[in-house]
Design a binder for this molecule. Sequence first.
Ligand code: FAD
Length: 389
Amino acid sequence: MQSIVIVGAGAAGYAVAEGLHSAGFKGAVTLVGEERDEPYDRPPLSKEVLSGAWNRERAALIGAKRAAPLNPRVLTGVRATSLDVEGHRVELGNGESLDYDAVVVATGVTPRRLEQPDSPNIRVLRTMEDSLALRALLVDNEPRLLVVGGGFLGLEVAATARGLGATVTVVEPIPGPPLASRIGTEAATKLQAAHADHGVEIHTGLGVASLDATAGGGPVHATLSDGTTVDADVVLIAVGSIPNTQWLEGSGLEVANGVVCDEFCSAGNDVWAAGDVASWLHAGYDRRLRLEHRTNAQEQGLAVARNIIGSAVPFTPVPYFWTNQYDVRIQVHGQIVDIDNNKIIEGDPSEASFVQTFSVSGQVTAALGWNAARLMAEQRRQLIEAMGP
Ligand SMILES: Cc1cc2nc3c(=O)[nH]c(=O)nc-3n(C[C@H](O)[C@H](O)[C@H](O)COP(=O)(O)OP(=O)(O)OC[C@H]3O[C@@H](n4cnc5c(N)ncnc54)[C@H](O)[C@@H]3O)c2cc1C
């Protein structure tokens, strides 16, 4: 193995490069990244960068000290346009091509958009530029912000925008407390109350039927699915994302909600995938997963690096994500899926902190901490032990 090409210079792509370096790989590593910015981390984009607490440098993905020994060839501002699996070659938008012995697809996701008019005041949030542009609209103006979508991203932005003085309305088509399917009813109800306490209006069971705006800017007029209307100065569309697999069309790779991989994160024929774009078979759960979680991007990148150079170990992590909103940090280890029971094991949802476990047929499969970081390491240890090797 002489030459490894990693397409996508985000968290997963850099983790592959780090993993190859720690495993002593001595061949050539090339990272191809469409973005021009120095690599940066995405979680702060809806939190510290958006609020202004951090500048863009502080959100760097990998400091110069950590990056230096990796020494990959990094092509920034260059898009991979196609993959020739048989020929082991990546075609680039700048007209060049790269031959490889192994290639890693780590191209992340793109925000899903609605049928929306072209307006500078209707935004999505994925990149550093998106975050800085949204901040410019929110800061010092006390605008009316409409957040379409009450998922993690939408609610984090709602919380940060309140801190910047915006008046915030969130609409979410699924009825009930937002995020209940991801964090359980107790935490979701408490989170909804936290937003209400901070003055955010959340309307669930309501979608956006149409958005009217002009290309030159100005207010956006939203008509909701029940016929009511909301006027906003800024609209954030936060309705999920689409895996960046368009460039793989015609490659023969199987793509279905991401790059379809086996339990080793291999898509076959020396092609691997990691991070938000990878849909792999989690052998521990016997289920296909595609996770848009920061920690997964890191862990999966490292696992792919090890497997490329011959480890052949199935990737069976206990998934982990966190969200920060106001003074609340919610952490979830494991998966809150097909749950038939749950138990509060520390504190109480009526208090400032609690820990809850979720189980399926008597087996604990997930643990949630609400401002309980100190207690979560032990929960994670137990979940990893239960997952087995
Ligand atoms: C605003 C925001 C807040 C978040 N907050 C949290 C959080 O609190 N907790 C949490 O667990 N997770 C959070 N996440 C999710 C987490 O950041 C992602 O899971 C993680 O960044 C995924 O890393 P990745 O490398 O797979 O994808 P990315 O970081 O998206 O990197 C993929 C890169 O590939 C590039 N690319 C795409 N197509 C091509 C191509 N054809 N050629 C070359 N390059 C290409 C893209 O431009 C991008 O730079 C958040 C995400 C966002 C956007």
